[in-house]
Design a protein around this ligand. Structure first.
Ligand code: CP
Length: 306
């Protein structure tokens, strides 16, 4: 039995196979509508979610399976003091596969040590979000046609943004990617990403403070929200939250084929006027999340299409 806790749990070949399967599901949806008949997915969300939880549930339903679970810690027995380990031990008696989100880094890993069913990390604190990474990789592949040979800018909260950390790790295995980190000093990528990914693999990266100085060079711009829930101090959040607002004037010097990604939810960091620009990929990205999670559920359960 395998779990998915960190994007690096998957080899490049396994990622390529998952993306290929997701693209086949998109092209031949009818082939997959009964693949998970008789199977159950449990979604254990100890932290709020719209896209990840609902796309997992939609994915399982579209595969012909069933779903159970909870959408907040408040509606589970964790409020009575039950441990994560006991929760998953019990839920793995009821479900074939479990997607779990938790505010504490490492909680899905701990769960995987006790679970009798495969655990998928659906986001753990500021650490990892591997299924968002699969979503992002599928989106980049579909928008650009390839995963290497791009200049990508990560913008916003690079310190707490687990989607950024996971995507950098996954992309570090593809060739010829230029990384530009756009953030205020307080929200720079953590030292462990700099040391364990960039420095260990001899990958060059730039750190800049404004979108304007690099927008003309980018093939992909990965915008992120400043995450209020990860700040210890409300005053710091208020000071930093609107540092970057991508609007149409900011895109004046952007490439005509720029791809703008955002894991969502957004707050103010992308003006609504950008949504109508063909370079805005973030709603297509959210849809890709459902297909790649269908591919992941099938693969982790060892199932194939008819
Ligand atoms: N992208 C993402 O993880 O969104 P949710 O928090 O809504 O699941």
């Amino acid at each position: 039995m395998r779990h998915l806790i960190d994007p690096m749990d998957l080899s490049v070949q396994e990622i390529d196979d998952l993306l290929a399967l997701a693209e086949d599901i998109i092209a031949n949806h009818d082939k997959y509508t009964k693949v998970c008949e008789g199977k159950k997915l449990a979604t254990l969300f100890f932290e709020p979610s719209t896209r990840t939880r609902l796309s997992f549930e939609a994915a399982m339903m579209e595969l012909g399976g069933n779903v159970l679970g909870f959408s907040s810690a408040d509606s589970s027995s964790s409020t009575k003091g039950e441990s994560v380990a006991d929760t998953v031990k019990v839920v793995s008696c009821y479900a074939d596969i479990i997607a779990m989100r938790h505010p504490k880094e490492g909680a899905p890993y701990l769960a995987s040590l006790k679970s009798d069913a495969p655990i998928i990390n659906a986001g753990d604190g500021g650490h990892n979000h591997p299924t968002q990474t699969l979503t992002d990789l599928l989106t980049i592949k579909r928008e650009k046609g390839h995963l290497g040979d791009i200049t990508i800018g990560f913008c916003g909260d690079l310190k707490f943004g687990r989607t950024v950390h996971s995507l950098i790790k996954a992309l570090s295995r593809y060739d010829n990617i230029q990384y530009i980190m756009i953030s205020p000093e307080e929200l720079e990528i953590p030292e462990y990403i700099k040391e364990e990914v960039f420095e260990k693999k001899n990958i060059a990266y730039e750190q800049v403070r404004t979108i304007d100085e690099v927008i003309d060079r980018l093939d992909v711009l990965y915008m992120t929200r400043v995450q209020r829930e990860r700040f210890f101090n409300e005053a710091d959040y208020i000071r930093l939250k609107d540092t970057y607002i991508l609007d149409m004037p900011k895109l004046k010097n952007a490439k005509p084929d720029l791809s703008i990604l955002h894991p969502l939810p957004r707050v103010n960091e992308i003006a609504v006027e950008v949504d109508d620009d063909p370079r805005a990929c973030y709603f297509r990205q959210a849809l890709n999340g459902k297909y790649v999670r269908m591919a992941l559920i099938m693969t982790m359960l060892g199932l194939t299409g008819q």
